[in-house]
Design a protein around this ligand. Structure first.
Ligand SMILES: NC(=O)c1ccc[n+]([C@@H]2O[C@H](COP(=O)([O-])OP(=O)(O)OC[C@H]3O[C@@H](n4cnc5c(N)ncnc54)[C@H](O)[C@@H]3O)[C@@H](O)[C@H]2O)c1
Length: 395
């Protein structure tokens, strides 16, 4: 029997990316209800799904009070994830939520508590682990193709996101709504991917980060450029560089004891989220690389959330949680992102995991203003991460 899902939040992610995944997974899951305050978004999705007006709600509260569903799939701005998960848990409805799961580590702790007490099943769309490129890289690494993994280097250059470039509107440029800039947005994907590639032995010890804001809309108070360097025990490292902009390119290099793996994209218009051509593994500079071709079509876009949607629906159907990213994984990822912001504020490496005594642990990125920022700190210079009620800085 197929499970019954409801989609909450029907904006960019759902319209462009998530709907194709649900339309390709009707053997395991049926979307039976939707919720969004925007009537235009409800119209678009209800028409594509053929849903009656009685299955379309303007609030998640109405949906959860009325519709008979096994789980909700949440694609709303991150600030709303905690209240939505909490009400669903009270109603005994399971939840899969988009990344980043929450704005702070304390919020994730609350979500984990609520989930455990209610007995619902919960997961997070860390969907890039299911992409053919990264799934194959993970298979190679886990099969020992590189020996012990020493370092992961990932980039995502000039990635476009709605709501950040000059002339755009939306919550992504506002720290108190988005929890940070590109690091809390696209960077979350690189954080969990690098953790997976480094494997279960990876235990982060220090995080060093740099941010800047150069090209996005002037009134935004988030970073558009970030480099994060994470050092773990036994010398393992992850180095991630991301920028928002109007193109896209990116790469992944995994260095191991006995080989180096690289995901190859066909052109400069391919980043981590685009179609990769092949994986190359070099073991000796005199030997030709081992080439693993990747069979992957750009359209339809059902692959984008496909693996993650299918994994969660299967979990609800059968209890098999294979491929479902846990709230604990999201917690580790958000903790690293916030450690990076703390490193920017203190202008030095900081210890990981983020300490519960850090203001960022409890209130997220805007907590940087509770730390002692040097007069020339980039957060001051660029007017970043303003708490609610603050005037934007001079950035
Ligand atoms: N996993 C991925 O690859 C991926 C890709 C894109 C976006 N996302 C995530 O999806 C989420 C949404 O991003 P987006 O780009 O679609 O944003 P968006 O602004 O385009 O869409 C958000 C939608 O949520 C609706 N909404 C706001 N508050 C709501 C509420 N209380 N109840 C119901 N609906 C509400 C809005 O009306 C809007 O239609 C974010 O957390 C983002 O990080 C993830």
């Amino acid at each position: 029997m197929t499970v019954r899902a409801a989609l909450v939040g029907l904006g960019f992610a759902t319209q462009e990316l998530k709907l194709p995944a649900y339309l390709a997974a009707t053997d395991v899951v049926s979307v039976v209800a939707i919720a969004d305050p925007d009537p235009e978004a409800r119209k678009i999705i209800s028409e594509r799904l053929g849903l009656p007006a009685s299955a379309c709600f303007s609030t998640y509260e109405e949906l959860l009070n009325t519709a008979d569903v096994d789980y909700i799939d949440v694609s709303t701005p991150h600030l709303t994830h905690l209240p939505i998960l909490t009400l669903a848990a009270e109603r005994g409805v399971s939840v899969v939520c988009d990344k980043p799961l929450a704005m702070s580590v304390a919020e994730v702790d609350e979500m984990i508590g609520v989930t455990e007490r209610s007995g619902i099943r919960a997961g997070v769309h860390h969907n890039y682990t299911h992409f053919p490129s990264h799934a194959e890289a993970l298979r190679q690494v886990r099969a020992g193709a590189l020996g012990h993994v020493d370092s992961v280097t990932m980039t995502a250059h000039s990635v476009y996101a709605p709501g950040v470039m000059p002339g755009d509107e939306g919550w992504r440029g506002t720290a108190r709504l988005a929890g940070g800039g590109i690091l809390m947005d696209y960077g979350i994907h690189l954080l969990y991917l690098s953790q997976h590639l480094l494997g279960p032995t990876f235990t982060p010890r220090t995080v060093t980060a740099r941010v800047d804001k150069r090209r996005i809309r002037p009134e935004a108070d988030v970073e558009d450029t970030v480099t994060v360097h994470i050092e773990g025990e036994a010398g393992q490292t992850a180095t991630l560089t991301l920028m928002w902009g109007m193109g896209t390119s990116g790469h992944t290099i995994v260095d191991g004891e006995t080989g180096t793996l690289q995901i190859r994209y066909p052109d400069m218009l391919s980043a981590q989220h685009n179609v990769a051509e092949q994986i190359e593994i070099v073991r000796d500079r005199l030997d030709a690389p081992t080439v693993v071709p990747i069979d992957w079509e750009r359209f339809p876009l059902s692959w984008y959330y496909g693996g993650s949607v299918r994994a969660f629906a299967t979990y609800i159907q059968s209890g098999d949680a294979t491929g479902v990213a846990t709230l604990a994984e999201a917690r580790a990822t958000i903790s690293l992102a916030l450690s990076a912001y703390e490193s920017v504020a203190l202008d030095r490496p900081v210890e990981a995991p983020l300490s519960p005594s850090s203001p960022l642990y409890s209130i997220g990125v805007t907590g940087v203003h509770k730390l002692e920022l040097a007069a020339d700190n980039v957060i001051r210079r660029r007017g970043l991460y303003q708490p609610a009620g603050a005037e934007l800085g001079d950035g």
